[in-house]
Ligand binder design. Structure first.
Ligand code: FRU
Length: 333
């Protein structure tokens, strides 16, 4: 059809892991959802900021129509984004923000709210007596991601804004490199030195599971509540970790690959779009986790149906076109 357009889109991912896999897959399947066609090429710098700069440069040099970027650090991509602007390549940032104002649109979860909601959940656990240390104030430890990355900074600001107001809580925070190994090490060293803690909030679920493992090895996990962020479905995902009692809570950090592609196509098709989109979400607790897993599974099942239908249609159309050309060949022959 005349309206059908095809675009080359470059995606620069800053890191790996299940959360990124999920959003990558959503973007790739969304290629087929809309009127215009988007050819998506995803590259990953695996936590190497210099590599991310080089990868964005190559995508620009390859002449992509648009760039989708999750900046590894807040102050790292200014020259790259300026270069894209100079070449009139629109840039959509997602998940992590950049200090640069040279971007066309941003879409992502609300990390300040994530921190705030988990802090309020912590307060409710203390109020309800789920956290009840003998003869001292409850101790709350926030193990943050690197403060050079916008989600970690925002999660910390949100959590802190609520917790710091509480005089009945002993709060402290440390920075991690945002890996389960580091959180495991920090937890182990802390507990081995004989110190106590009641609530540990790590900036991602896999990190909280790392901290849990250290406590478990020392036989001290029972009286500690572990909180994380991401809330992924699947075997080792955050939802299961809440269900099986390893985590006491998580926040679903929304993946939103389809929305990213919708936004991107609106930009490329010169349709109206929001410059900043914040996706709201919620805290998962042992009380609501079963319902959430149930509805998540339903969505996954329906998505699988759609993929099956798409594959069948493609097979069918392939066959149809083949028959048409065979017919054509036999007519002209
Ligand atoms: C994955 C991840 C998530 C986290 C997000 C924040 O790379 O570390 O666990 O929620 O990035 O940018």
């Amino acid at each position: 059809t005349a309206k059908h357009k095809s675009y080359e889109i470059g995606v620069s991912q800053c890191s790996s892991g299940e959360w990124r896999e999920k959003i990558n897959n959503e973007m790739l399947s969304a290629q087929h959802l809309y009127d215009s066609e988007a050819k998506i090429n995803i590259v990953n710098c695996y936590n190497d900021p210099k590599l991310q700069v080089r990868q964005i440069d190559s995508l620009i040099d390859a002449g992509v129509d648009l760039l989708i970027v999750s900046p590894y650090e807040y102050t790292q991509l200014e020259p790259s984004l300026a270069k894209a602007k100079k070449k009139n390549i629109p840039v959509v940032l997602f998940d992590r923000k950049s200090k640069s104002n040279n971007y066309t649109a941003y879409i992502g979860g609300d990390n300040v709210e994530a921190g705030r909601k988990l802090a309020n959940y912590t307060l409710s656990m203390i109020r309800d007596g789920d956290v009840k240390p003998e003869g001292r104030k409850p101790i709350v430890w926030e193990m943050t991601g690197p403060m050079t990355m916008s989600p970690a900074k925002d999660r910390h600001d949100g959590f802190c804004s609520v917790i710091k107001k509480q005089t009945n809580i002993d709060y402290f925070n440390t920075e991690s490199d945002w890996t389960p190994e580091d959180c495991y090490r920090q937890m182990k060293t802390y507990l081995q030195s004989g110190k106590q803690v009641d609530v540990v909030f790590c900036h991602s679920d896999i990190d909280a599971v790392g901290a849990f493992k250290a406590a478990k090895e020392l036989g001290k996990e029972k009286n500690i509540k572990f909180l994380g962020i991401d809330g992924l479905p699947g075997k080792d995902g955050g939802l299961e970790q809440v269900k099986n009692g390893v985590l006491t809570g998580t926040y679903i950090y929304p993946t939103h690959g389809e929305e990213i592609i919708q936004l991107v196509l609106n930009i490329l098709d010169c349709k109206p779009y929001e410059r900043n989109t914040t996706i709201q979400s919620f805290v998962v607790t042992p009380q609501n986790v079963n319902d959430i897993i149930m509805s998540t599974n339903l969505i996954i099942k329906q998505n699988n149906y759609l993929v099956t239908i798409k594959n069948k249609l493609e097979n069918y159309l392939g066959l149809y076109n083949l028959q048409r050309s065979v017919l054509y060949i036999s007519i002209v022959a």
